[in-house]
Design a protein around this ligand. Sequence first.
Ligand SMILES: NC(=O)C1=CN([C@@H]2O[C@H](COP(=O)(O)OP(=O)(O)OC[C@H]3O[C@@H](n4cnc5c(N)ncnc54)[C@H](O)[C@@H]3O)[C@@H](O)[C@H]2O)C=CC1
Ligand SMILES: O=C([O-])CC(=O)C(=O)O
Length: 346
Amino acid sequence: MVKVTVAGAAGGIGQPLSLLLKLNPLVTELALYDIVNAHGVAADLSHINTPAVVTGHQPSGKEDNSAITAALKNTDLVVIPAGVPRKPGMTRADLFNINASIVRDLVANIARTAPNAAILIISNPVNSTVPIAAEVLKKLGVFNPRKLFGVTTLDVVRAETFLGGLLDVDPSKLRGKISVVGGHSGDTIVPLINYDSEISNKAKSRLSTSDYEKFVNRVQFGGDEVVKAKNGAGSATLSMALAGYRFAENILESLNGRNQPVLIPDSAYIYLPGIPYGKIFSDKHLNGVEFFSVPVRLQNGRIESFIDPFEGLVKTDEEQKLIEVALKGLTGSIKQGTEFVKGSKL
Ligand SMILES: NC(=O)C1=CN([C@@H]2O[C@H](COP(=O)(O)OP(=O)(O)OC[C@H]3O[C@@H](n4cnc5c(N)ncnc54)[C@H](O)[C@@H]3O)[C@@H](O)[C@H]2O)C=CC1
Ligand SMILES: O=C([O-])CC(=O)C(=O)O
């Protein structure tokens, strides 16, 4: 029996993500929560002939907590794509003012109703919303760092797609053979493409320095590409639904006792001090940064361990420099999230 809750289920990401979750036979209950149209989306998906029972939950007003409580009760996994997306000219950080309190309040409800659930945060700015979630869980005394994940899988999906195009290989075959670490915005996003010798040699023979730099830049600013193309109608939704589902599926498979199918698993933005980790990364590089996206090995819906990027994934000086830039960029965003909760009443 696995219950999954989607908070923000009626949105651009929430709807296709909920569809994909409904198709997964491991899900027995799918609870859809949103402040609008939750019942409509639930009724629609409930007609699909798969085992998951779909329920819709929408509050009747600001003070009504019964809908979120019912959506979260006995849930194993909560996926959060609730919040506003970017418009052209905005950075992800510009979303902080609205999304910070949405994530804070949703996570406070999770802490009270489903403290053992795994939590996947999609809402931007991920670099700050995950520290917000961690701080809320800490304040309410139920923080389990092994169960809190910032969803950065879209960066991995983009890296696979863009590199596949450049190297003329099927991008789906790159899964596990390249990775993305760091954060989820601009130069905090760091693709690592040199640990698999076959891919690395191919990239070295096919890509000029400028091709490589353009590839890195496209992965780092892939989100802007979509925001620009949608021209005011939001940001990535369909590719994000796929990416969010891919990570949720990793969790579901691990709950079912199955291992991830690749040697280097997908990354997620996590609270590093909560999990025993590689000495090289901690001693030489982190410099006080506590949240970073790294490949995570999952077991029973939680992080069993993570892969220290400096133990075999980072292979070139360029990649090492990109990580240093990412670490600098993350410090302020993490602090902003943490401070926000310190000043909040829960
Ligand atoms: N982590 C990542 O890689 C990515 C993150 N995103 C982020 O995901 C978020 C959602 O994006 P879209 O689905 O395109 O936006 P959207 O506006 O289409 O959908 C958001 C949904 O959240 C709901 N919502 C708002 N406040 C809520 C609350 N308090 N409780 C429950 N639901 C609430 C809205 O009613 C709406 O249905 C944005 O913050 C966006 O920046 C988008 C793409 C990639
Ligand atoms: O760019 C945005 O605002 C949405 C996002 O996080 C992405 O597409 O990577």
